[in-house]
Design a protein around this ligand. Structure first.
Ligand SMILES: Nc1nc2c(c(=O)[nH]1)N[C@H]1C(S)=C(S)[C@@H](COP(=O)(O)OP(=O)(O)OC[C@H]3O[C@@H](n4cnc5c(N)ncnc54)[C@H](O)[C@@H]3O)O[C@H]1N2
Ligand code: MOO
Length: 442
């Protein structure tokens, strides 16, 4: 299918397979001749690196995490300066001043913020000074206008002053060389202000706001939603929407490319075209044993791939690859909609989190009481669709909803939980505890 409408398909170069490093050795099949779900997940996580930290303009870094300690290269304040509009003086000259016995001093100059003192302040004199202006050498206090008659050539000071009064000392806030923000710290408005205050316009942060995830559905039977089904052999493409929405909810920037037929040339062209804008490519369909399972057929020509049978239900067939010159990670998911969704939860969400440098990568299982007896396939980690509700004792109980078939998209929506029934479990009695993944934050 045309992607950008700039060049004809025949003009675009394909990524051809050249000699490239293979994938790391995949884990052994340990469950009934199949790969354990956790082994497959951990394998994908070792094959994918977090996106590199990158230097970001301050305002684009809000909400992101620092990848380095930040030290101040300058003192804050950078020089001794006045905290008030008034007169720079020597404190001992005005230590007895009062409204009954004002101290009169000649005004020998003026300094505004951004200027420097015209000369040193001699004992027995005053210099006009504005807030933020550098204190003249020789001065050690500032008398605010309100404590004087605001004289221009001579000033009468009517309140006493002490050493250092209204003077902001160099380095009293931040001394040059000290660490002001730590690696891992999330940048909010105050941290952004401080970074600007010490003269930085960029910082190194992670995650990239969003890993770029390209989503593609394969299948000649698929029709774009919004169009008419022209025969009862056709079905609407739900997976590219489901996966795109799930990737977006996990924090990715998503490019939903949509559909491609089970045509090897079209699939190769489309994937080659997408590599340039992808940190991760997701496909659904075409990876099991069928005669038209095009992804499994062509992807080994474009990169290093691993097709596994995983001891889980749904989600048994799984594909992974590092594709093209840049070895872009690609996760090839099974076509049944529930299989696709469960595989996303088990493998894709952790990989997106790893790309973002967001830990923990995996969902934390939560213990929950079974509301009724449950049967499970032996030797498969079963992801049953569950509904968790509060029980009478204020605890949580889960019941199964929607049926076990991996095509049951309607039933999936009634669930708020995936119930994890382990490989060595074939029966759970009512009241027994099971692990669940709560899907509330999707
Ligand atoms: N002989 C065998 N057949 C199958 C096996 C097996 O081990 N041996 N595994 C089964 C399992 S488990 C699954 S899951 C599926 C996975 O098959 P594929 O990944 O090759 O997917 P397809 O054959 O292309 O499609 C399967 C099913 O899903 C529908 N589908 C596909 N894409 C979409 C979409 N974007 N939106 C909605 N529905 C979609 C498709 O029409 C099929 O009904 O293989 C079993 N077979
Ligand atoms: O195991 Mo397949 O992935 O659901 O039916």
């Amino acid at each position: 299918m045309p992607l950008f409408g700039r060049r004809r398909d025949s003009e675009r170069p394909l990524v051809e397979r050249t000699e490239r490093p293979a994938l790391p050795a995949p884990p052994a099949d340990t469950v009934d001749g199949l790969r354990a779900m956790a082994d497959h997940r951990d394998y994908l996580l070792t094959c994918v690196d977090p996106l590199p930290p990158f230097s970001q303009q301050l305002l684009d870094a809000v909400g992101l995490c620092l990848c380095e300690d930040v030290s101040a290269a300058v003192d804050l304040p950078g020089f001794d300066n006045s905290a008030m509009d008034g007169y720079a003086v020597q404190a001992h000259d005005v230590e007895t001043a009062s409204s009954d016995t004002p101290v009169r001093l000649p005004v020998v100059g003026e300094i505004a913020a951004g200027q420097v003192a015209p000369h040193r302040l001699s004992p027995g004199s005053a210099m006009k000074i504005m807030t933020g202006a550098p204190l003249p050498p020789g001065a050690d206090a500032v008398v605010p206008y309100e404590a004087t008659d605001r004289g221009e050539r001579e000033v009468a000071v009517v309140e006493p002053s002490v050493l250092g009064q209204h003077v902001r000392r160099r380095g009293e806030d931040v001394a040059a060389g000290t660490v002001v923000l730590r690696e891992g710290q999330r940048l909010g408005p105050r941290a952004i202000g401080l970074l600007a205050g010490i003269g930085l316009d960029k910082v190194t942060v992670r995650p990239r706001p969003r890993p770029r995830v390209v989503v593609v559905s394969t299948g000649t039977e698929l029709v774009q939603p919004g169009h008419r089904l022209s025969s009862d052999r056709e079905i609407y493409d739900s997976n590219s929407y489901l996966l795109a929405a799930a990737a977006k909810a996990a924090g990715a920037q998503v490019f939903r490319v949509g559909l491609v037929d089970d045509d090897p040339a079209a699939v190769k062209q489309l994937i080659s075209d997408q590599l340039v804008r992808a940190d991760l490519i997701l496909t659904s369909g075409g990876i099991s044993e069928g005669d038209y399972d095009v992804i499994k057929q062509v992807m080994p020509e474009l990169g290093a791939t691993d097709f596994a049978r995983v001891a889980m239900q749904p989600g048994k067939p799984q594909g992974f690859g590092l594709i093209g010159e840049d070895r872009v990670p690609m996760i090839m998911l099974p076509g049944n909609p529930v299989s696709s969704f469960v595989s996303f939860e088990a493998f894709v969400r952790p990989v997106i989190r790893r790309l973002m440098g967001a830990t923990p990568y995996e969902r934390e299982p939560v213990r929950c009481r079974a509301a009724h007896p449950m049967r499970s396939l032996p030797n498969r980690l079963q992801f049953a669709r569950g509904l968790v509700e509060s029980d009478r004792d204020g605890g949580r109980a889960v019941s199964l909803v929607g049926g076990p078939g991996s095509h049951l998209l309607g039933g999936l929506v009634r669930a708020n939980t995936l119930v994890l029934l382990a490989e060595d479990v074939d029966f759970v009695a009512q009241g027994d505890e099971v692990d669940v993944w709560l899907l509330g934050d999707e």
